[in-house]
Design a protein around this ligand. Structure first.
Ligand SMILES: N#[N+]C[C@@H]1[C@@H](O)[C@H](O)[C@@H](O)[C@@H]2O[C@H]12
Length: 446
């Protein structure tokens, strides 16, 4: 008789979103033009010509969405703050109306008994900052710290759970290596500088939080376990490069004080020498690590595939609508790897979920059995990590709502709640009802 999982009574159950993906009203109330607003309106960048002008209309419907969260039994809500609403030009002039939206959002969440968990930067920022050099500009770290400091003071007493950056690796890989995200032009030699300045900005923001913030602050990273396609030395070497590039690039500096040696191999002559004092700053201690987990990758050597010289070997297994392998044990692998290699800090699963080709709503119901199975199996893996001593403090399903899936537009639906466009009608899916039962039973239904 296997014992049913039982998560701790203080385990935090939530769901996550981000500003540009759900808010809409990108220029409302004095907001500046953001990098993603400008990029999404550039022809050919987003599938189906989609953009975030309306998205889920959350900027206007946030009270309705908070009522949805209550009905789902959520204890916490992870959202991000749109920098361009606060500082339309990125720095200098503060926009009180933009700040006011987040004051109202935080108040409504607190009044509903839902813990507001704010991410300062989830990829969207004022386009003006990209025009001034973006994250490749060394001053970007201070731009971010100043923005963060303003928010710590403005939301003091309303928000006590902060994250500095969401997935800085994606900002660099998609924005500076691929060009599939803003700034939108591959700039290989700038990528290491952008990564370094993101880490410096994170650390400076943590220092600002220590001076003027209250609660806890952390960093959110994406992790993806890597496996070699064979025991051949070249595939093993490709595994080492791929693992360093995606999983260690940011965590080695913040916890171990230096970059993986594979980075110099990957970037060659474009890998800079950074000032030693930067690494002392980047190791600024913080309070928790957020881990976003979706899938794993099996890799082989592929010399032509720059810069990492690896290639994915697609597995005979279930895949999501993103063509990502469903691999629940990979979540436990990530959690235990972080504990063993880096830190005993509290961990949160800050994102986990899947896109599937959900059916439309019929009589107020959306049958999404594959997402129910995905959540069940990944929550079992999370509990297995807890049972092995990982200090896992919470889990946030990605996502509360179907939303704007970046370059994929609205065609990839990750939500617990279906959103029908353009009406914006919300319909909780079966997975939302399942998640509510998981929360109510502290996992006993898994
Ligand atoms: N793709 N995908 C889904 C999800 C994306 O929608 C989030 O914004 C990111 O934090 C992370 O990439 C994961």
């Amino acid at each position: 008789m296997t014992t049913k999982p039982s998560f701790p009574a203080d385990f935090l159950w939530g769901a996550a979103t981000s500003a540009y993906q759900i808010e809409g009203s990108p220029l409302a109330d004095g907001a500046g033009v953001s990098n993603w607003h400008r990029f999404a309106h550039r022809p050919g960048t987003i599938a189906h010509g989609d953009h975030g002008d309306t998205a889920c209309d959350h900027y206007r419907r946030y009270e309705e969405d908070i009522q949805l969260m209550r009905e789902l039994g959520l204890q916490a809500y992870r959202f991000s703050i749109a920098w361009h609403r606060i500082f339309p030009e990125g720095r200098g002039r503060l926009n009180p109306k933009g700040l006011d939206f987040y004051l109202r959002l935080a108040d409504a969440l607190n009044n509903a008994g839902i813990v507001p968990c704010a991410t300062l930067h989830h990829w969207d920022w004022p386009a003006a900052l990209d025009d001034q050099g973006g994250w490749a500009h060394r001053d970007s770290a201070q731009w971010f710290a100043d923005y963060a400091h303003t928010l710590f003071r403005a939301l003091d007493g309303r928000v006590k759970h902060w994250a500095t950056l969401n997935e800085p690796w994606v900002i660099v890989h998609a924005g500076y290596i691929e060009g599939a995200h803003p700034p939108g032009v591959p700039a290989f030699a700038k990528a290491p500088h952008a990564a370094h300045n993101l880490l410096r900005g994170h650390a400076l923001a943590v220092q600002a939080f220590r001076a003027d913030g209250a609660g806890q602050i952390g960093l959110v990273v994406n992790l993806e376990p890597k496996f070699a396609a064979s025991a051949k030395p070249e595939d093993q070497a490709a595994l080492a490069r791929s693992h360093a590039y995606m999983n260690r690039w940011f965590l080695d500096p913040v916890f171990l004080g230096g970059y993986p040696e594979e980075m110099a191999d990957i970037f060659g002559a474009d890998w800079p020498r950074f000032p030693e004092e930067d690494f002392k700053l980047i190791r600024e201690p913080f309070d928790f690590l957020g881990i976003n987990y979706y899938s794993r990758t099996v890799v082989r050597d592929e010399p032509a595939n720059l810069p990492v010289r690896d290639a994915r070997v697609r597995q005979r297994a279930e895949h999501t609508a993103m063509d990502w392998e469903v691999f629940p044990e990979g979540l436990k692998t990530c959690l235990t790897w972080v504990k063993q290699r880096y830190t005993t800090l509290p961990l949160y699963v800050t994102e986990n979920g899947a896109a599937f080709a959900d059916p439309p709503a019929v009589a107020g119901r959306v049958a999404d059995p594959r997402r129910v199975a995905y959540l069940r199996d990944h929550l079992r893996a999370a509990h297995a990590a807890l049972a092995e001593g990982v200090d896992l403090k919470g889990y946030f399903a990605w996502s509360l709502l179907d939303n704007f899936e970046w370059a994929h537009g609205y065609g990839k639906r990750f939500g617990l709640v279906r959103v029908d466009y353009p009406t914006g009608t919300r319909t909780p899916k079966d997975s939302a009802r399942f998640y509510r039962r998981v929360i109510e039973s502290r996992g006993a239904v898994l």
